[in-house]
Design a protein around this ligand. Structure first.
Ligand code: COI
Length: 376
């Protein structure tokens, strides 16, 4: 079996899943309770019966691949992650198609980013095979938890953390990898409607050489205070600027951003090292280019967007990520400006891209780029 493949074939998936020892719970959630939980879950509040887990020891590598009962972890108070935040995670989804089959979207891209994040946080790399095998084994065990309602899915949260009880500052010699799963509907409580954004001039998310392009908990912790500030200004989300000049758009607390101009061009901040390389971001770049738009990845001055909103040359603004998919932005505000995006309603391209992407993910449209992988 390969440990470096980037495109796991269906027959290989069987071998990868077989490596996981399924230690099923003896107290599964009763069918009626599960159905009730699946009816209208709030993002990230309900979890399935099991979790995937692999342990790592410095001297023996990854061992004990298993699916076990979902439940609390017992951690020594000296566990390194609690002190030094040596932790990474991913966000993915499993989608129920009309024929009952269950699929995921570009897991190879998430696996590759997980390995890059692990490298940056001095954690051991997990192979693509173990990453995808763990997800497939968990989804097969908890298949009944994959919802079938419109815009609903099983959100998958693979993560890895330093589990060694040791207060010295060095890479941990003991690490745990887990994947948990949570049935979800829309990320924002209001469903798919435009969100407002506050541009933070006082706080940054990440700087050059930092961890901005790694998906680690610390980046999200750093976004919480500015996010609170955004809410105090009446906005839903915070947008960060670059650390060096405080003038270029970077990303939101947990989503990439796109701008659509009236000349038919589509722009997104280029990957400078401090921006997360979103899987949804790169998929949208492809879909928009397929539609014939001029797609530009570059440094985008905030000033250009503010004046473009004022003079109407910026037609649409949207945010994207696995959890929120494609979310229209209806207003952009900061200490010296406050503008609606066009008429404040969802943009045409924004909603067209959202529909195209979700149609692929839910099996309603042809998967021209070979992005979908069947899990169950
Ligand atoms: C995702 O979109 O999956 C994310 O990881 C963003 C957020 C929920 C942390």
């Amino acid at each position: 079996m390969t440990t470096t493949s980037h495109n796991v074939l269906p027959e290989e998936l069987e071998d990868l899943v077989a490596l996981f020892d399924v230690r099923g719970t003896d107290t599964p959630t009763p069918d009626d309770e599960r159905e009730a939980a699946l009816a209208a879950p709030r993002f990230g509040t309900v979890f399935t019966d099991h979790m995937a887990r692999i342990s790592w020891r410095h001297d023996s590598g990854w061992l004990d691949r298993r699916i076990e009962k979902y439940g609390p972890l017992q951690l020594d108070p000296a566990t390194a992650v609690l002190h030094y935040a040596q932790e990474i995670f991913e966000g993915m989804k499993a989608y129920r198609h009309e024929d009952g089959s269950v699929w995921t979207f570009r897991p190879d891209a998430n696996a590759a980013r997980f390995a890059r994040s692990a490298h940056r946080l001095a954690l051991p790399p997990l192979t693509v095979d173990d990453f995808i095998g763990s997800i497939a084994a968990l989804v097969r065990t908890d298949e009944a938890w994959v919802p079938s309602g419109a815009d609903s899915s099983l959100y998958l949260r693979p993560f890895m953390f330093a589990s060694e009880a040791f207060l010295g500052v060095r890479p941990a010699a003991q690490v745990e990898y887990l994947c948990i799963a949570s049935p979800v509907g829309p990320y924002f409580a209001g469903g798919v409607k435009p969100v407002s954004i506050w541009v933070s001039e006082d706080y940054h998310r990440a700087g050059p050489g930092g961890t901005g392009d790694a998906k680690c908990g610390g980046n999200y912790a750093a976004s919480l205070l500015p996010q609170t500030e955004a809410q105090q200004h009446g906005c839903d989300q915070v947008c960060f600027l670059d650390t060096t000049t405080n003038t270029y758009l970077e990303e939101l607390g947990g989503m990439n951003v796109f701008v659509v101009k009236d000349d038919g061009s589509v722009h997104t901040p280029e990957l400078t090292g401090s921006i997360l390389e979103g899987v949804t971001r790169s998929s949208i770049l492809r879909l928009v280019a397929d539609r014939g738009y001029d797609v530009v990845e570059r440094r985008i001055p905030l000033e250009e967007i503010v004046s473009g909103l004022a003079d109407g040359s910026v037609r649409e603004f949207f945010a994207c990520g696995t959890a929120a998919v494609v979310t229209p932005v209806g207003r952009l505000a900061g200490s010296t400006f406050d503008h609606p995006v066009a008429d404040g309603e969802p943009g045409e391209l924004t909603m067209a891209v959202r529909t195209e992407l979700t149609d692929i993910q839910y099996g309603r449209a042809e998967d021209k780029h070979g992005w979908m992988r069947r899990l169950a």
